[in-house]
Ligand binder design. Sequence first.
Ligand SMILES: NC(=O)c1ccc[n+]([C@@H]2O[C@H](COP(=O)([O-])OP(=O)(O)OC[C@H]3O[C@@H](n4cnc5c(N)ncnc54)[C@H](O)[C@@H]3O)[C@@H](O)[C@H]2O)c1
Length: 349
Amino acid sequence: MENKRLRFGLIGTGLVADFHAKALQASAETTLVAACDPNGERLAKFAKTYGCEAESSTEAMLARKDLDVISVLTPNATHAELGIKVAAAGKHCLVEKPPDMTLEKTDRLIAAFDRSGTKLAICLNCRFRKALVPIREALAQGRFGTLLSGDVYMKWFRPDSYYHLDSWRSSREHGAGVTVQQAFHYYDLLLYLLGPISRVWARMDNLAHPGVPVEDSTTALFEYANGARGVMQASTAMYPGSDLRIEINGSKGTAVLVGERLVRFQFEDERPEDAAVLQIGAQQGPTGAAGAASFQYFEHQYLIEDLCEAIRRNRDPRITGREGRKTLELALAMYDSAETGGWVSVGGA
Ligand SMILES: NC(=O)c1ccc[n+]([C@@H]2O[C@H](COP(=O)([O-])OP(=O)(O)OC[C@H]3O[C@@H](n4cnc5c(N)ncnc54)[C@H](O)[C@@H]3O)[C@@H](O)[C@H]2O)c1
């Protein structure tokens, strides 16, 4: 196993599969071997583009002896069912975010891998953004002082046509809507940086996509367990779309991330090396603000390579099923709050 490339099969050859394929082909750790998708035309085009085998069905793919890892790249509410089949086949698994749409299904997914002993990683690729490293270091060193605020502003744009690409994209039950579809990555980053959120208030609206029955905009307020407060504005209604913005403020420091760049990294205890941090991500490409396919594959590659290392060393991947579950729990609390109009405790807090 040490020197051998891990062999991947993909379930689902839609939009995100392109990023996985590019990442798998760019990595020295992996080989893209096969893919399957009930949409034969899409599958044939994908297999031709990436020079992989077009497998006839999920079952045929799972029965293959020559695959180490299966990536589940299908609509949100299908993840647990497919992931459980991957565990039963004794293979390692990468499941796109979210782990599924309910905690009950997510728990069954996690339990299946606890039983199989194979690895499960959830594809929260944004956690591998390089500019997060100095923020995490400054947090660990207490350079922010008392943490006061952790906010995310994701003012993106998707045209009406995006919501009609596939039927699941306009169905809440199947996991559509800005809260879980686009913003999931970014409140996940708030959890990653600032720790658990104990209470949330949220309001969801459809501001600019008439005829689409899911929210295109969510406004939320957060109370962190550490006492900080936070705001989220997440939307796909705001033409032409601006880069994601995350702000962290403490009594002794501030960090502001825009897309992949740290534009502010300033502390009461100034250090000369802080200036170099502002160069991270300076060459950034598109980060998703203006289109569903306008982002880079590098963070997927880092996440896939972490899973490969986890398999080789028999350790947990950085983003386990349980990590993904915490972010889903916050998403579901926001749905609850938007429905009831009140504050909702997260995770029994
Ligand atoms: N991490 C990221 O940055 C990122 C970006 C985009 C999408 N995603 C996630 O990736 C997943 C797929 O999104 P997408 O935009 O590629 O969707 P998509 O609709 O473009 O592609 C999904 C594909 O899965 C196939 N499929 C559906 N049900 C299936 C089943 N039961 N078995 C096998 N194949 C099945 C469909 O035919 C389709 O081709 C979603 O969970 C989404 O949240 C993640």
